[in-house]
Design a protein around this ligand. Structure first.
Ligand code: ZN
Length: 249
C-alpha cells in the first residue's frame, strides 16, 4: 500500500523469493520447491491429514472474519475484496483490533529486552494488492510477478491478521532476518501472544510460499498455544485444510 514497499522490494536482490508470502505469491511451476518438503504433492497429503486438535477440527477456516481463516493459493478470501472492520492503527499500520492489541503487547515485551523491532507491513487492502501486483506484472511480466507479489484476494495481509516484522539491520524482508534477535525471539515466543510463523522453512510445497522469517499470523492465543503444542508447522497442517503449493486456477 505504500510507496516504500516498492522501494524496499526493488532494492532487495532476492525479493522474488522473499516477498512471496507477503502477499504475494506465486505459483509458477518453475518456482516449485525442490527441497524435501516437495515430496508432499500440492493437492495432497495434508488434505488427508487430520486436524491437530479439537479446536482446530472445529475451526472455521473459510470465513474471512474468522481468526482461523486459512488464506492461501487454494483458498482466496471470500469475498475477494473483503475488508476487515474495524481496523486499528498500530505502529503506522493497521490490524484487526484483537491482533493489534496482541502485537502491541508483544512488541513492548520485545523492546523491554532491548530488541529492536518494527512493523513494515500489516493490513493491505484488495486495491493495494491490485496496484502492487500490477506494478510487478508491468515491471517483470506475470511469471516473475507471481513470484514476488500475491494476486489480489489471495493475500493473508488482507485479513488484517498478518504482520511483517523488521529491525532495520539490513535483512528486512530477507531470509537473513532469521538470524536477528527480533526474528529469533518471535519464532520462540510469538505463540504466547497468539501469533504463528506462517511460512516456515522447508514448507513451500504446503504453504505455497518460501521461508519468511518476518511474517507472523494472528490466530488468537489459545489457538496459537495449541498450534505450538501440536508440533504442526503450518496452518494447513494444523487445520487439515490441505496443501496449497499452487493457485487453484
Ligand atoms: Zn507478510
Amino acid at each position: 500500500m505504500r510507496a516504500d514497499t516498492f522501494r524496499v522490494v526493488s532494492t532487495a536482490a532476492l525479493a522474488g523469493l522473499l516477498l512471496v508470502g507477503c502477499g504475494t505469491g506465486t505459483s509458477s511451476e518453475s518456482s516449485a520447491p525442490t527441497d524435501a518438503a516437495s515430496t508432499t504433492t500440492s493437492a495432497g497429503a495434508p488434505a488427508s491429514s487430520a486436524p491437530s486438535g479439537a479446536a482446530a477440527a472445529d475451526a472455521d477456516t473459510t470465513t474471512a472474519d474468522s481468526l482461523d481463516v486459512v488464506v492461501n493459493k487454494q483458498n482466496p478470501l471470500d469475498p475477494a475484496d473483503y475488508t476487515p472492520d474495524p481496523l486499528v492503527a498500530i505502529e503506522g499500520q493497521q490490524l484487526r483490533g484483537d491482533a493489534a492489541e496482541a502485537l502491541e503487547t508483544m512488541l513492548e515485551d520485545m523492546r523491554a529486552e532491548d530488541i529492536t523491532v518494527s512493523v513494515t507491513s500489516a493490513y493491505r487492502s484488495y486495491d493495494t494488492q491490485v496496484s502492487t501486483y500490477d506494478h510487478w506484472v508491468q515491471q517483470n511480466g506475470q511469471v516473475t510477478a507471481d513470484r514476488i507479489s500475491a494476486r489480489p484476494g489471495y493475500s493473508e495481509h488482507q485479513t488484517g491478521l498478518a504482520v511483517d516484522l523488521a529491525d532495520g539491520s539490513g535483512c528486512d524482508l530477507q531470509v537473513c532476518f532469521s538470524k536477528t534477535r527480533a526474528a529469533q525471539w518471535a519464532a520462540d515466543n510469538a505463540f504466547e501472544y497468539g501469533f504463528v510463523l506462517r511460512f516456515p522453512e522447508g514448507k513451500e510445497s504446503i504453504t505455497g510460499y518460501a521461508y519468511e522469517p518476518w511474517h507472523f499470523r494472528y490466530i488468537g492465543r489459545d489457538q496459537a498455544e495449541q498450534f505450538h503444542a501440536s508440533g504442526a508447522k503450518t496452518l494447513e497442517e494444523f487445520y487439515g485444510t490441505g496443501a496449497a503449493a499452487d493457485y487453484i486456477s
